[in-house]
Ligand binder design. Structure first.
Ligand SMILES: [Zn+2]
Length: 525
């Protein structure tokens, strides 16, 4: 019965290879092949796991091996050590030990053979895997503890120094710290100054720059960012909150988090709020007051809506139509005066208005709607009960059928000679006239039915909507929300202003077209 060899590198192997200890898999292959020869085990396949994945899902050779083991293809699998099969993941260890157990497949290492058929060995085997998992966890913990201890001592443990610093080895000591790179540190100081106080203008005044403008400024000076490419607003934001610049060290800020998705390990780096902050051995570039100011400004800035987004700033966005040229009117912000509502067409002579005045007028119009509609639709006589209208309709249909029957009898009488041509003509035209009259009545009745349906919809849908919009508009959470509310009840607004100048601000005309429920969307009865 055949045996196979399974080869996989461990993390320690990878590190040993970096020290120049030679290629691990080749070394293990040689060792296991000669071991198999000595033990007289017939090896017919060798699996080489090139990828050192932590899970079965990340190890294609292991997947293949397990599938073959479960089919009973192998008497035994030869490995350097049990933990080559599974390490660090208890679910995978369970899968592997169960597979070997049920298939009665041996695991053979140069020092010991694990035989699932042997009760004692089964325990030993599971224990072996368990031990390797515990050991793995202990190594990880030791590693983390070592790093945390280094940070507490003020050493810099990350590989990448922040912009403005370089990593230097500590003299007579293990580990690294940071040293200032003067010309880059000057850029860091500039960034903090531009953000907190501003950049000096030609007239001697200072103008504060946002993170995007700072990135643009640095790119225009052809400076290379810490990532070795262009500056982005995000790079600047990260720098402005990096406590390394005030001589601190942060740890656990964005720790790697691994989670399983469809059998794959996904690595994430979410921001952590309870980060560890300690004093570093390195010199600061920024003073604490400037750093705190930057942090406060950044927190404030977050709440500001994105610039240049019309839908967010204009409650009338997409609703007001220029009556002169048919274009959609736009909001134009002004630094000194309230924002305007303008027709952006250069050749159009429709005058602009203050946006808030137009908005106010629209709301006044809308607030009068509900009473107007209520009056109109309640007072109209066509607001009859639908069943009465239906009964009338049925009666008209019956009359029409009766008239049609009479008409066919007239034809019969003419054909059988009872009516002569003249009598037929008279009788026929009278009936035809009556039928036409009935059809006219039916059409009128249908119009009443439609109007009735429309009234019902306006009363039951539009009016409650108008009332709710009118009452909730002023408390809307955002401008976008206000725009949504208006769109619910307004189809569009025609706008016209023929005069301009001081004192004529309110002299614009608007026609607000309601967003009527569409009849065509109703199910027909
Ligand atoms: Zn226009």
């Amino acid at each position: 019965m055949p045996y196979c060899i399974y080869l996989r590198k461990s993390r320690a192997d990878t590190e040993a290879e970096q020290r120049g200890e030679g290629e691990t898999l080749a070394r293990h292959e040689k060792a296991l092949t000669s071991f198999a020869k000595q033990s007289e085990l017939e090896v017919t396949a060798i699996y080489r796991e090139i990828i050192s994945g932590e899970t079965i899902a990340a190890r294609p050779q292991m997947q293949k091996l397990l599938s073959e083991v479960s089919q009973g293809l192998w008497d035994g699998v030869i490995v350097m050590d049990v933990d080559r099969l599974a390490r660090g993941n208890s679910i995978d260890q369970g899968i592997i030990s169960q597979t070997f157990l049920y298939a009665n497949t041996k695991i053979i290492t140069p020092t010991k053979t694990y035989d699932p058929a042997n009760e004692f060995d089964e325990e030993y085997f599971e224990f072996g895997l368990f031990m390797s998992r515990r050991e793995y966890k202990a190594i990880n913990r030791r590693l983390q503890r070592g790093r945390t201890a280094s940070i507490r001592e003020g050493k810099y443990v990350s590989n990448k120094p922040p912009y403005g610093y370089e990593r230097v080895r500590l003299k007579n000591n293990k580990g690294f710290t940071l040293a200032i790179v003067p010309e880059k540190a000057e850029i860091v100081r500039n960034i903090f100054q531009w953000y907190t106080q501003g950049i000096r203008q030609s007239d001697g005044t200072y103008k504060r720059l946002g993170t995007s403008l700072i990135a643009r400024e640095l790119n225009s000076r052809h400076l290379i960012s810490s990532q070795g490419n262009v500056w982005t607003a995000q790079t600047i934001r990260d720098m402005l909150i990096n406590p390394t610049y005030i001589g601190k060290l942060r740890w656990n800020w964005r720790p790697m988090k691994k989670r399983m998705v469809n059998g794959q390990v996904i690595t994430e780096r979410p921001r952590n709020n309870d980060l560890l902050l300690t004093d570093g051995m390195h010199e600061s570039i920024i003073d604490e007051i400037t750093f705190r100011t930057a942090g406060e400004l950044m927190a404030k800035n977050k709440k500001r809506p994105v610039r240049g987004d019309q839908a967010v700033q204009n409650p009338l966005s997409g609703l007001v139509i220029c009556q002169k040229c048919g274009r959609t009117m736009q909001r134009r912000p002004d630094t000194k005066n309230p924002a305007l509502l303008i027709c952006a067409a250069p050749t159009c002579d429709n005058h602009a208005s203050y946006l808030h005045l137009v908005e106010q007028r629209i709301l006044e119009t809308v607030s009068h709607w509900s009473e107007g509609y209520l009056l109109k639709y309640h007072s109209e006589t066509n607001l009859a009960d639908a069943s009465i209208l239906q009964a009338e309709m049925t009666a008209l249909q019956k009359t029409e059928e009766k008239l049609n029957r009479q008409l066919s009898k007239v034809f019969e009488a003419f054909e059988t000679g009872i009516y002569d041509a003249a009598a037929f003509q008279t009788r026929h035209s009278v009936l035809k006239e009556q039928i036409e009259e009935i059809r006219q009545k039916q059409q009128n009745l249908q119009q009443s039915v439609d109007k009735n349906t429309e009234s019902q919809m306006i009363l039951s849908q539009l009016i409650p909507k108008i009332q709710s919009v009118a009452s909730s508009y002023s408390q809307a959470a955002s401008i976008q929300e206000k725009n949504n509310l208006l769109r619910e009840i307004i189809h569009h607004i025609d706008y016209l202003k023929e005069v301009k100048g001081h004192g004529h601000e309110e002299e614009f005309i608007i026609i607000v077209h309601p967003n009527l429920p569409r009849l065509s969307s109703l199910p027909t009865t």
